[in-house]
Design a protein around this ligand. Structure first.
Ligand code: AKB
Length: 328
C-alpha cells in the first residue's frame, strides 16, 4: 500500500498524475494537494481525498502527511519558464523555498520525494544535440536556476539525510486534458487546439527551433516508474534525462497537416519564448534512464498526433473534416 501526496494536483501534470496514481494504488490514499483558487473539481475531487497544501507553508505539508500517513510526495509546484521570468522572486519562493519545505517534512517524517526537473535546467553552454546526462548546467532563466538548484538540493538531502529523492528532466509535455500555463513549449499543445478548432495557428517560435517533447501518458509513467525503480540500480537520482521525440514547429505542423490538410500556420515570434528556447537543448540523451530503470517511451510524433486530434475532437464535440468527394 502507498499513501501519496501530490502538491500542485490541479496543474497540467497533477490533474492526470493524481488520477493515474489513484488507479495504480487503489488501496492507498492519493491526496490531491491544492491551493485556494485551484480547488479540485469533478472526477479529481470525487475519486479521492484532497487537502489544502500551499508549498510555501510547511505546516500544511506536514498536516497532510500526518493525516494520511503519506510515504511519498510528488512535488509539482512551480511557475513555468516564461511566466517565471515575469515573476522571478515568486518562482524562487515556490521552486526552492517550496522544495526546501517539502524536503524538511520528508526528512522528519520519512517520505520519498519526486520533484520534476526540466530541459530548462540546461543553458546555452550545454551540448545542444543528444545532451548527455552529466554535463554543463548553466541556465540563463530563473526557471532553470530553480531546476538546477532543486536537483542539487534533492541530491544533498539523499546523501546527507537519506531522504529518497528521485527525479526526471521533463521535456515539453503535451496533453489534451489540462492546459499548461506559461511555458516555452506550450505552443506544441496550442497547435493541436487550433488545428481541431479550424483556426490558423500563430506560432510564437520560429522554424528550426528544436526541443524535446513528450506525450503526457509517457511522462506520467516515467514519474511513477522512477519512484518504483530498484534503488540498488540507481547511479543517478536528481535528475534523469528522459526523451521520446524532438521536433521544430515545421515538423509538428506538417505532421498535423497529414490529418488536417487545410490547417494553416503563421509565424508570430514571441522574443522571450524564442530566447528561452534558443538556450535549451535540441534533444537529450536518455541512455542512463534506459539503463538504470528501463525507461522506454511509447509514443512518437505520429502516435501522439493521432491521439491528440481524436481526443480534442471528442472534448469539443467537433467532427473530423473529411476531404470533399466530388462525384462526376
Ligand atoms: C516550459 O516550457 O517551461 C516547461 C518545461 C520544458 O519545463 N514545459
Amino acid at each position: 500500500m502507498k499513501n501519496v501526496l501530490i502538491i500542485g494536483a490541479t496543474g497540467q501534470i497533477g490533474t492526470e498524475l493524481t488520477m493515474k496514481l489513484r488507479h495504480t494504488y487503489p488501496n492507498g490514499d492519493v491526496v490531491a494537494g491544492y491551493i485556494p483558487g485551484a480547488e479540485p473539481k469533478g472526477e479529481l475531487l470525487e475519486s479521492g481525498p484532497s487537502h489544502l497544501v500551499d508549498i510555501t507553508n510547511p505546516a500544511q505539508i506536514a498536516e497532510a502527511v500526518d493525516k494520511y500517513k503519506v510515504d511519498t510526495i510528488y512535488n509539482l509546484a512551480a511557475l513555468l519558464s516564461a511566466v517565471a521570468e515575469a515573476k522571478p522572486q515568486l518562482a524562487w519562493k515556490i521552486g526552492i523555498g517550496g522544495l526546501y519545505n517539502t524536503l524538511e517534512v520528508a526528512r522528519e517524517k520519512g517520505c520519498a520525494v519526486f520533484t520534476p526537473s526540466s530541459i530548462g535546467s540546461f543553458g546555452p553552454g550545454t551540448p545542444a544535440v543528444k545532451t548527455p546526462q552529466d554535463t554543463v548546467q548553466r541556465p540563463r532563466t530563473i526557471y532553470g536556476v530553480t531546476k538546477v538548484s532543486g536537483e542539487l538540493l534533492s541530491d544533498y538531502y539523499a546523501l546527507r539525510f537519506g531522504v529518497d529523492t528521485r527525479s526526471v528532466r521533463f521535456p515539453g509535455l503535451i496533453s489534451y486534458v489540462a492546459p499548461p500555463g506559461g511555458g516555452t513549449t506550450d505552443y506544441a499543445v496550442d497547435i493541436y487546439y487550433a488545428a481541431v478548432k479550424g483556426e490558423k495557428f500563430k506560432c510564437p517560435l520560429h522554424a528550426g527551433t528544436f526541443m524535446d517533447m513528450m506525450y503526457m501518458p509517457d511522462a506520467l509513467r516515467a514519474a511513477i516508474e522512477i519512484m518504483e525503480a530498484d534503488p540498488k540500480r540507481l547511479v543517478h537520482r536528481n535528475s534523469f534525462n528522459i526523451a521520446s521525440m524532438s521536433f521544430d514547429p515545421e515538423i509538428i505542423y506538417n505532421k498535423i497537416k497529414e490529418y488536417v490538410p487545410d490547417f494553416e500556420m503563421e509565424y508570430v515570434p514571441d522574443p522571450l519564448r524564442q530566447a528561452i528556447a534558443d538556450s535549451w537543448p535540441d534533444s537529450l540523451d536518455d541512455t542512463c534512464a534506459r539503463e538504470e530503470w528501463d525507461w522506454q517511451p511509447e509514443y512518437d510524433l505520429d502516435g501522439m498526433t493521432r491521439h491528440m486530434l481524436a481526443h480534442l475532437r471528442e472534448k469539443f464535440g467537433i467532427a473530423e473534416r473529411k476531404p470533399e468527394v466530388i462525384h462526376v
